[in-house]
Design a protein around this ligand. Sequence first.
Ligand SMILES: Cc1ncc(COP(=O)(O)O)c(C=O)c1O
Length: 431
Amino acid sequence: MTGPSAGPPLPEPFGRDSAGLAVDGRPLAELAERFGTPLYVTAGARIRASARRVRAAFAPVWPGYQLLYAVKANNNPAVVRILREEGCGADCSSPDEIRIARRAGVPRDRMLYTAAYPSEAELAFAVDSGVAVNLDDPGLLPRLLRLGRPRALSFRLNPGPTAAGREGLRFSGRRSKFGSPLERALEGYRAARRAGIDRFGAHTMPGSNVLAPGHFAFVGRFLGGAARRIEAATSVPIEFVDAGGGFGVPYAPGERPLDVGSVARLLSEGFRSVRPGPPRPTLMNELGRYLVCDSTVLLTRATHVKGTSPTWVGVDAGMHTLLRPALYGAYHEIYPVAPRGGARREVNLVGPVCEDTDVVARARRLPPLREGDLLAIGNAGAYGFSMASQYNTRPRPAEVLVEGGAARLIRRRETIDDLLRNTQRLASATA
Ligand SMILES: Cc1ncc(COP(=O)(O)O)c(C=O)c1O
Protein backbone atom coordinates (compact mmCIF):
# COMPACT_ATOMS: atom_id res chain seq x y z
CA MET A 1 0.00 0.00 0.00
CA THR A 2 1.30 3.43 -0.81
CA GLY A 3 0.40 7.16 -0.39
CA PRO A 4 0.68 10.04 0.01
CA SER A 5 -2.94 11.04 -0.28
CA ALA A 6 -5.98 11.79 1.79
CA GLY A 7 -7.97 8.97 0.21
CA PRO A 8 -7.46 5.24 -0.11
CA PRO A 9 -3.85 4.19 -0.71
CA LEU A 10 -2.99 2.43 -3.98
CA PRO A 11 -3.05 -1.32 -3.37
CA GLU A 12 -0.32 -3.82 -4.14
CA PRO A 13 1.30 -4.41 -6.60
CA PHE A 14 1.43 -0.60 -6.86
CA GLY A 15 4.24 0.82 -4.78
CA ARG A 16 6.60 3.77 -4.46
CA ASP A 17 10.37 3.81 -4.78
CA SER A 18 12.88 6.65 -4.96
CA ALA A 19 11.89 7.36 -8.59
CA GLY A 20 8.18 7.58 -7.78
CA LEU A 21 5.14 5.35 -8.22
CA ALA A 22 5.62 1.94 -9.80
CA VAL A 23 3.51 -1.12 -10.53
CA ASP A 24 4.90 -4.63 -10.20
CA GLY A 25 8.39 -3.09 -10.29
CA ARG A 26 7.75 -0.99 -13.42
CA PRO A 27 8.03 2.79 -12.86
CA LEU A 28 4.85 4.53 -14.01
CA ALA A 29 7.02 7.32 -15.47
CA GLU A 30 8.70 4.76 -17.73
CA LEU A 31 5.32 3.46 -18.92
CA ALA A 32 4.12 7.01 -19.64
CA GLU A 33 7.30 7.68 -21.63
CA ARG A 34 6.98 4.46 -23.60
CA PHE A 35 3.24 4.41 -24.29
CA GLY A 36 2.26 8.10 -23.96
CA THR A 37 -0.58 9.64 -21.93
CA PRO A 38 -3.39 9.45 -21.11
CA LEU A 39 -2.77 5.78 -20.39
CA TYR A 40 -4.75 3.16 -18.49
CA VAL A 41 -2.31 0.92 -16.57
CA THR A 42 -3.73 -2.31 -15.15
CA ALA A 43 -2.08 -4.66 -12.65
CA GLY A 44 -3.12 -8.21 -13.53
CA ALA A 45 -2.11 -9.51 -10.10
CA ARG A 46 -4.63 -7.23 -8.42
CA ILE A 47 -7.51 -8.57 -10.53
CA ARG A 48 -6.52 -12.14 -9.70
CA ALA A 49 -6.26 -11.34 -5.98
CA SER A 50 -9.74 -9.79 -5.92
CA ALA A 51 -11.36 -12.73 -7.72
CA ARG A 52 -9.62 -15.20 -5.39
CA ARG A 53 -10.72 -13.21 -2.32
CA VAL A 54 -14.38 -13.42 -3.35
CA ARG A 55 -14.26 -17.10 -4.23
CA ALA A 56 -12.44 -17.92 -0.98
CA ALA A 57 -15.06 -16.00 1.03
CA PHE A 58 -17.99 -17.88 -0.48
CA ALA A 59 -16.47 -21.38 -0.70
CA PRO A 60 -17.08 -22.28 2.96
CA VAL A 61 -20.60 -20.81 3.15
CA TRP A 62 -22.05 -21.87 -0.21
CA PRO A 63 -20.66 -24.95 -1.96
CA GLY A 64 -20.94 -24.58 -5.74
CA TYR A 65 -20.96 -20.75 -5.58
CA GLN A 66 -20.38 -19.24 -9.01
CA LEU A 67 -18.71 -15.93 -9.72
CA LEU A 68 -19.47 -14.15 -12.99
CA TYR A 69 -17.63 -11.09 -14.24
CA ALA A 70 -19.80 -8.17 -15.43
CA VAL A 71 -18.03 -7.44 -18.71
CA LYS A 72 -19.51 -3.94 -18.93
CA ALA A 73 -17.12 -2.75 -16.20
CA ASN A 74 -14.04 -3.29 -18.37
CA ASN A 75 -14.38 -5.12 -21.66
CA ASN A 76 -10.72 -5.44 -22.53
CA PRO A 77 -10.32 -9.04 -23.75
CA ALA A 78 -7.10 -9.43 -21.75
CA VAL A 79 -8.99 -8.54 -18.56
CA VAL A 80 -11.89 -10.89 -19.39
CA ARG A 81 -9.33 -13.65 -20.07
CA ILE A 82 -7.63 -13.14 -16.69
CA LEU A 83 -10.98 -13.46 -14.96
CA ARG A 84 -11.86 -16.55 -16.97
CA GLU A 85 -8.53 -18.05 -15.84
CA GLU A 86 -9.59 -17.23 -12.27
CA GLY A 87 -12.74 -19.29 -12.74
CA CYS A 88 -15.22 -16.53 -13.56
CA GLY A 89 -18.12 -16.83 -15.97
CA ALA A 90 -19.47 -13.73 -17.71
CA ASP A 91 -22.45 -11.47 -17.25
CA CYS A 92 -23.08 -9.78 -20.59
CA SER A 93 -25.26 -6.77 -21.32
CA SER A 94 -25.02 -6.77 -25.12
CA PRO A 95 -24.39 -9.23 -27.96
CA ASP A 96 -20.86 -7.93 -28.38
CA GLU A 97 -20.09 -8.60 -24.73
CA ILE A 98 -21.16 -12.20 -25.40
CA ARG A 99 -18.76 -12.23 -28.37
CA ILE A 100 -15.89 -10.85 -26.25
CA ALA A 101 -16.53 -13.39 -23.48
CA ARG A 102 -16.69 -16.23 -26.00
CA ARG A 103 -13.38 -15.18 -27.56
CA ALA A 104 -11.85 -15.04 -24.08
CA GLY A 105 -12.82 -18.69 -23.70
CA VAL A 106 -15.76 -18.35 -21.30
CA PRO A 107 -18.01 -21.41 -21.81
CA ARG A 108 -21.62 -20.71 -22.85
CA ASP A 109 -22.97 -22.44 -19.79
CA ARG A 110 -21.13 -19.90 -17.60
CA MET A 111 -22.72 -16.88 -19.33
CA LEU A 112 -25.81 -14.86 -18.53
CA TYR A 113 -27.28 -12.26 -20.84
CA THR A 114 -29.06 -9.55 -18.87
CA ALA A 115 -31.42 -7.88 -21.25
CA ALA A 116 -32.46 -4.34 -20.37
CA TYR A 117 -34.89 -3.20 -23.08
CA PRO A 118 -33.29 -5.48 -25.73
CA SER A 119 -34.16 -5.34 -29.41
CA GLU A 120 -35.51 -8.45 -31.10
CA ALA A 121 -32.17 -8.97 -32.85
CA GLU A 122 -30.31 -8.85 -29.54
CA LEU A 123 -32.58 -11.43 -27.94
CA ALA A 124 -32.27 -13.67 -30.99
CA PHE A 125 -28.48 -13.49 -30.74
CA ALA A 126 -28.56 -14.43 -27.06
CA VAL A 127 -30.88 -17.41 -27.66
CA ASP A 128 -28.76 -18.62 -30.59
CA SER A 129 -25.58 -18.23 -28.51
CA GLY A 130 -26.89 -20.79 -26.03
CA VAL A 131 -26.43 -18.56 -22.99
CA ALA A 132 -28.89 -18.17 -20.10
CA VAL A 133 -31.19 -15.18 -20.52
CA ASN A 134 -32.17 -12.86 -17.69
CA LEU A 135 -35.27 -10.89 -18.69
CA ASP A 136 -35.98 -7.47 -17.24
CA ASP A 137 -39.74 -7.87 -17.73
CA PRO A 138 -42.11 -10.80 -18.31
CA GLY A 139 -43.68 -8.65 -21.05
CA LEU A 140 -40.63 -9.62 -23.15
CA LEU A 141 -41.39 -13.33 -22.86
CA PRO A 142 -43.71 -13.72 -25.89
CA ARG A 143 -41.02 -12.18 -28.10
CA LEU A 144 -38.35 -14.40 -26.61
CA LEU A 145 -40.47 -17.51 -27.14
CA ARG A 146 -41.04 -16.64 -30.81
CA LEU A 147 -37.25 -16.64 -31.18
CA GLY A 148 -36.57 -19.93 -29.40
CA ARG A 149 -35.90 -21.35 -25.96
CA PRO A 150 -32.92 -20.07 -23.97
CA ARG A 151 -30.70 -22.53 -22.16
CA ALA A 152 -32.10 -21.20 -18.88
CA LEU A 153 -34.27 -18.26 -17.90
CA SER A 154 -34.42 -15.85 -14.99
CA PHE A 155 -36.22 -12.60 -14.36
CA ARG A 156 -34.56 -9.51 -12.94
CA LEU A 157 -36.57 -8.71 -9.83
CA ASN A 158 -36.89 -5.18 -8.52
CA PRO A 159 -37.02 -5.41 -4.72
CA GLY A 160 -38.60 -1.98 -4.27
CA PRO A 161 -36.95 0.95 -2.51
CA THR A 162 -33.53 0.23 -1.00
CA ALA A 163 -30.74 2.39 0.35
CA ALA A 164 -28.26 0.65 -1.97
CA GLY A 165 -25.77 2.83 -3.76
CA ARG A 166 -25.83 6.57 -4.32
CA GLU A 167 -28.01 8.47 -6.78
CA GLY A 168 -27.19 7.19 -10.26
CA LEU A 169 -25.98 3.86 -8.88
CA ARG A 170 -29.31 2.75 -7.37
CA PHE A 171 -31.33 0.41 -9.56
CA SER A 172 -34.34 -0.37 -7.38
CA GLY A 173 -37.71 1.11 -6.53
CA ARG A 174 -40.30 2.70 -8.78
CA ARG A 175 -37.95 5.40 -10.05
CA SER A 176 -35.65 2.80 -11.59
CA LYS A 177 -36.10 1.55 -15.13
CA PHE A 178 -34.79 -1.89 -14.15
CA GLY A 179 -36.50 -5.12 -13.21
CA SER A 180 -40.00 -6.27 -12.31
CA PRO A 181 -41.85 -6.62 -9.03
CA LEU A 182 -41.95 -10.26 -7.94
CA GLU A 183 -45.74 -10.54 -8.30
CA ARG A 184 -45.52 -9.40 -11.93
CA ALA A 185 -42.74 -11.89 -12.66
CA LEU A 186 -44.73 -14.89 -11.35
CA GLU A 187 -46.90 -15.06 -14.47
CA GLY A 188 -43.71 -14.98 -16.56
CA TYR A 189 -42.36 -18.06 -14.77
CA ARG A 190 -45.66 -19.90 -15.30
CA ALA A 191 -45.85 -18.98 -18.98
CA ALA A 192 -42.22 -19.95 -19.60
CA ARG A 193 -42.78 -23.32 -17.97
CA ARG A 194 -45.88 -23.93 -20.09
CA ALA A 195 -43.76 -23.07 -23.15
CA GLY A 196 -41.26 -25.81 -22.33
CA ILE A 197 -38.45 -23.93 -20.60
CA ASP A 198 -37.24 -26.14 -17.79
CA ARG A 199 -34.30 -24.39 -16.12
CA PHE A 200 -34.97 -21.30 -14.05
CA GLY A 201 -33.29 -18.76 -11.84
CA ALA A 202 -34.06 -15.53 -9.99
CA HIS A 203 -31.97 -12.37 -10.24
CA THR A 204 -31.71 -9.01 -8.58
CA MET A 205 -29.32 -6.05 -8.85
CA PRO A 206 -30.52 -3.26 -6.57
CA GLY A 207 -27.44 -1.04 -6.63
CA SER A 208 -23.75 -0.59 -7.33
CA ASN A 209 -20.76 0.38 -5.18
CA VAL A 210 -22.29 -0.58 -1.84
CA LEU A 211 -19.86 -0.53 1.10
CA ALA A 212 -22.30 -1.55 3.86
CA PRO A 213 -22.24 -5.36 4.36
CA GLY A 214 -25.78 -5.23 5.83
CA HIS A 215 -27.16 -4.48 2.37
CA PHE A 216 -26.17 -7.96 1.27
CA ALA A 217 -28.18 -9.55 4.09
CA PHE A 218 -31.16 -7.73 2.62
CA VAL A 219 -30.32 -9.05 -0.87
CA GLY A 220 -30.03 -12.59 0.51
CA ARG A 221 -33.40 -12.36 2.29
CA PHE A 222 -35.03 -10.84 -0.76
CA LEU A 223 -33.78 -13.62 -3.04
CA GLY A 224 -34.67 -16.28 -0.47
CA GLY A 225 -38.21 -14.90 -0.24
CA ALA A 226 -38.45 -14.64 -4.02
CA ALA A 227 -37.26 -18.22 -4.57
CA ARG A 228 -39.74 -19.51 -2.00
CA ARG A 229 -42.65 -17.58 -3.45
CA ILE A 230 -41.84 -18.56 -7.06
CA GLU A 231 -41.53 -22.22 -6.16
CA ALA A 232 -44.75 -22.19 -4.11
CA ALA A 233 -46.84 -20.15 -6.53
CA THR A 234 -45.71 -21.62 -9.84
CA SER A 235 -44.09 -25.01 -9.05
CA VAL A 236 -41.08 -23.80 -11.02
CA PRO A 237 -37.89 -25.10 -9.35
CA ILE A 238 -35.33 -22.30 -8.89
CA GLU A 239 -31.94 -23.73 -9.90
CA PHE A 240 -29.90 -20.56 -9.45
CA VAL A 241 -30.16 -17.25 -7.64
CA ASP A 242 -28.06 -14.37 -8.93
CA ALA A 243 -27.42 -11.67 -6.34
CA GLY A 244 -26.08 -9.24 -8.96
CA GLY A 245 -23.05 -7.05 -8.50
CA GLY A 246 -22.71 -4.07 -6.22
CA PHE A 247 -19.71 -4.98 -4.04
CA GLY A 248 -18.22 -1.56 -3.33
CA VAL A 249 -14.69 -0.22 -3.41
CA PRO A 250 -13.41 2.74 -1.33
CA TYR A 251 -12.90 5.76 -3.57
CA ALA A 252 -12.98 8.72 -1.19
CA PRO A 253 -11.32 9.63 2.11
CA GLY A 254 -12.92 7.88 5.07
CA GLU A 255 -14.39 5.01 3.03
CA ARG A 256 -13.38 1.56 4.24
CA PRO A 257 -12.89 -1.61 2.18
CA LEU A 258 -15.79 -4.03 2.09
CA ASP A 259 -15.30 -7.16 4.17
CA VAL A 260 -16.23 -9.83 1.63
CA GLY A 261 -16.14 -12.52 4.32
CA SER A 262 -19.05 -10.73 6.05
CA VAL A 263 -20.80 -10.20 2.73
CA ALA A 264 -20.63 -13.92 1.95
CA ARG A 265 -21.93 -14.86 5.38
CA LEU A 266 -24.74 -12.29 5.46
CA LEU A 267 -25.89 -13.02 1.93
CA SER A 268 -26.04 -16.78 2.47
CA GLU A 269 -27.58 -16.54 5.96
CA GLY A 270 -30.15 -14.05 4.67
CA PHE A 271 -31.17 -16.45 1.91
CA ARG A 272 -31.35 -19.52 4.14
CA SER A 273 -33.29 -17.72 6.86
CA VAL A 274 -36.20 -17.37 4.41
CA ARG A 275 -35.73 -20.29 2.05
CA PRO A 276 -33.98 -23.17 3.83
CA GLY A 277 -32.73 -26.03 1.62
CA PRO A 278 -32.39 -28.65 0.32
CA PRO A 279 -32.53 -28.42 -2.62
CA ARG A 280 -30.23 -25.44 -2.51
CA PRO A 281 -29.97 -23.38 -5.69
CA THR A 282 -26.60 -22.33 -7.08
CA LEU A 283 -25.74 -18.89 -5.68
CA MET A 284 -24.12 -16.49 -8.12
CA ASN A 285 -22.77 -12.96 -8.14
CA GLU A 286 -21.98 -10.93 -11.22
CA LEU A 287 -19.35 -8.47 -10.05
CA GLY A 288 -17.85 -5.69 -12.10
CA ARG A 289 -16.34 -2.94 -9.97
CA TYR A 290 -15.01 -5.11 -7.15
CA LEU A 291 -12.98 -7.30 -9.51
CA VAL A 292 -11.30 -4.64 -11.63
CA CYS A 293 -11.66 -1.15 -10.17
CA ASP A 294 -8.55 -0.84 -8.01
CA SER A 295 -6.38 -2.80 -10.46
CA THR A 296 -5.94 0.24 -12.68
CA VAL A 297 -4.68 3.80 -12.64
CA LEU A 298 -5.17 6.34 -15.37
CA LEU A 299 -1.88 8.14 -16.05
CA THR A 300 -2.25 11.73 -17.13
CA ARG A 301 0.08 14.69 -17.62
CA ALA A 302 -0.44 18.27 -16.52
CA THR A 303 -0.78 20.40 -19.63
CA HIS A 304 -1.15 23.85 -18.08
CA VAL A 305 -1.26 25.49 -14.70
CA LYS A 306 -3.46 28.58 -14.68
CA GLY A 307 -2.10 30.76 -11.91
CA THR A 308 -5.44 32.13 -10.82
CA SER A 309 -7.46 31.63 -7.70
CA PRO A 310 -8.91 29.05 -7.68
CA THR A 311 -6.03 27.32 -9.45
CA TRP A 312 -6.99 25.32 -12.53
CA VAL A 313 -4.61 22.58 -13.58
CA GLY A 314 -5.26 21.19 -17.03
CA VAL A 315 -4.51 17.49 -17.60
CA ASP A 316 -4.66 15.41 -20.76
CA ALA A 317 -7.33 13.06 -19.37
CA GLY A 318 -10.84 14.42 -19.09
CA MET A 319 -14.47 13.37 -19.29
CA HIS A 320 -13.72 11.74 -22.65
CA THR A 321 -11.17 9.45 -20.93
CA LEU A 322 -12.82 8.95 -17.51
CA LEU A 323 -16.48 9.97 -17.49
CA ARG A 324 -17.44 9.10 -13.91
CA PRO A 325 -16.63 12.46 -12.25
CA ALA A 326 -18.69 14.34 -14.87
CA LEU A 327 -21.45 11.70 -14.95
CA TYR A 328 -22.12 11.27 -11.25
CA GLY A 329 -19.74 13.59 -9.45
CA ALA A 330 -17.62 10.54 -8.63
CA TYR A 331 -14.51 11.01 -6.50
CA HIS A 332 -11.22 9.55 -7.77
CA GLU A 333 -8.05 9.89 -5.71
CA ILE A 334 -5.14 11.71 -7.38
CA TYR A 335 -1.58 10.45 -6.82
CA PRO A 336 1.33 12.56 -8.07
CA VAL A 337 3.78 10.05 -9.59
CA ALA A 338 6.88 11.91 -8.35
CA PRO A 339 5.58 14.51 -5.89
CA ARG A 340 7.55 17.76 -5.67
CA GLY A 341 8.53 19.15 -2.29
CA GLY A 342 6.66 22.16 -0.99
CA ALA A 343 3.37 23.01 0.61
CA ARG A 344 0.21 21.41 -0.72
CA ARG A 345 -2.22 23.76 -2.42
CA GLU A 346 -5.84 23.45 -3.35
CA VAL A 347 -6.32 22.93 -7.09
CA ASN A 348 -9.01 21.89 -9.56
CA LEU A 349 -7.89 19.30 -12.10
CA VAL A 350 -9.69 19.74 -15.39
CA GLY A 351 -9.64 18.01 -18.75
CA PRO A 352 -9.34 19.48 -22.26
CA VAL A 353 -12.99 18.98 -23.29
CA CYS A 354 -15.15 22.00 -24.06
CA GLU A 355 -17.67 21.35 -21.30
CA ASP A 356 -17.70 23.03 -17.93
CA THR A 357 -18.46 19.65 -16.33
CA ASP A 358 -15.08 18.36 -17.52
CA VAL A 359 -13.61 18.43 -14.00
CA VAL A 360 -11.57 15.39 -12.99
CA ALA A 361 -11.04 16.42 -9.36
CA ARG A 362 -12.29 19.52 -7.55
CA ALA A 363 -10.65 21.31 -4.63
CA ARG A 364 -7.86 18.82 -3.98
CA ARG A 365 -4.85 19.64 -1.84
CA LEU A 366 -1.89 18.47 -3.89
CA PRO A 367 1.86 19.08 -3.83
CA PRO A 368 3.07 21.81 -6.22
CA LEU A 369 2.38 20.94 -9.86
CA ARG A 370 4.12 22.05 -13.04
CA GLU A 371 3.33 21.46 -16.67
CA GLY A 372 4.51 18.00 -17.70
CA ASP A 373 4.08 16.50 -14.23
CA LEU A 374 2.62 13.03 -14.18
CA LEU A 375 -0.42 12.12 -12.09
CA ALA A 376 -2.08 8.76 -11.50
CA ILE A 377 -5.87 8.76 -11.12
CA GLY A 378 -6.87 5.88 -8.87
CA ASN A 379 -9.66 3.28 -9.13
CA ALA A 380 -9.87 3.68 -12.89
CA GLY A 381 -10.32 0.00 -13.82
CA ALA A 382 -14.13 -0.15 -13.66
CA TYR A 383 -16.34 1.99 -15.87
CA GLY A 384 -13.19 3.84 -17.01
CA PHE A 385 -12.14 2.99 -20.55
CA SER A 386 -15.49 1.27 -21.10
CA MET A 387 -17.25 4.64 -20.76
CA ALA A 388 -14.62 6.61 -22.72
CA SER A 389 -15.67 8.51 -25.83
CA GLN A 390 -14.12 10.40 -28.71
CA TYR A 391 -15.92 13.63 -27.84
CA ASN A 392 -14.18 16.78 -29.06
CA THR A 393 -12.59 14.54 -31.70
CA ARG A 394 -10.13 13.05 -29.25
CA PRO A 395 -9.11 9.46 -29.97
CA ARG A 396 -9.42 7.10 -27.01
CA PRO A 397 -6.32 6.26 -24.94
CA ALA A 398 -4.14 3.14 -24.83
CA GLU A 399 -4.32 0.42 -22.20
CA VAL A 400 -1.34 -1.45 -20.76
CA LEU A 401 -1.36 -4.62 -18.66
CA VAL A 402 1.49 -5.27 -16.23
CA GLU A 403 1.91 -8.86 -15.08
CA GLY A 404 4.97 -10.57 -13.64
CA GLY A 405 7.00 -7.38 -14.08
CA ALA A 406 6.31 -7.19 -17.84
CA ALA A 407 4.25 -4.42 -19.45
CA ARG A 408 2.18 -5.24 -22.53
CA LEU A 409 -0.04 -3.05 -24.67
CA ILE A 410 -3.57 -4.49 -24.51
CA ARG A 411 -5.27 -1.73 -26.49
CA ARG A 412 -3.41 0.60 -28.76
CA ARG A 413 -4.08 4.32 -28.70
CA GLU A 414 -6.64 5.35 -31.30
CA THR A 415 -5.68 7.66 -34.13
CA ILE A 416 -7.54 9.93 -36.49
CA ASP A 417 -7.85 6.92 -38.82
CA ASP A 418 -9.87 5.07 -36.18
CA LEU A 419 -12.16 8.07 -35.82
CA LEU A 420 -12.72 8.35 -39.56
CA ARG A 421 -12.70 4.66 -40.54
CA ASN A 422 -16.47 4.44 -40.85
CA THR A 423 -16.81 7.64 -42.85
CA GLN A 424 -14.06 7.44 -45.44
CA ARG A 425 -15.45 4.95 -47.92
CA LEU A 426 -18.83 6.62 -47.81
CA ALA A 427 -17.28 9.96 -48.77
CA SER A 428 -15.44 8.49 -51.75
CA ALA A 429 -18.51 6.46 -52.83
CA THR A 430 -20.52 9.62 -53.43
CA ALA A 431 -17.62 11.60 -54.95
C1 LIG B 1 -27.20 -6.29 -14.37
C2 LIG B 1 -25.89 -5.88 -13.79
N1 LIG B 1 -25.09 -6.81 -13.26
C3 LIG B 1 -23.88 -6.50 -12.74
C4 LIG B 1 -23.41 -5.21 -12.74
C5 LIG B 1 -22.06 -4.92 -12.15
O1 LIG B 1 -22.21 -4.16 -11.03
P1 LIG B 1 -20.97 -3.78 -10.11
O2 LIG B 1 -19.98 -3.11 -10.95
O3 LIG B 1 -21.60 -2.90 -9.08
O4 LIG B 1 -20.46 -5.04 -9.49
C6 LIG B 1 -24.22 -4.18 -13.25
C7 LIG B 1 -23.75 -2.80 -13.23
O5 LIG B 1 -24.41 -1.85 -13.52
C8 LIG B 1 -25.50 -4.53 -13.79
O6 LIG B 1 -26.29 -3.60 -14.31
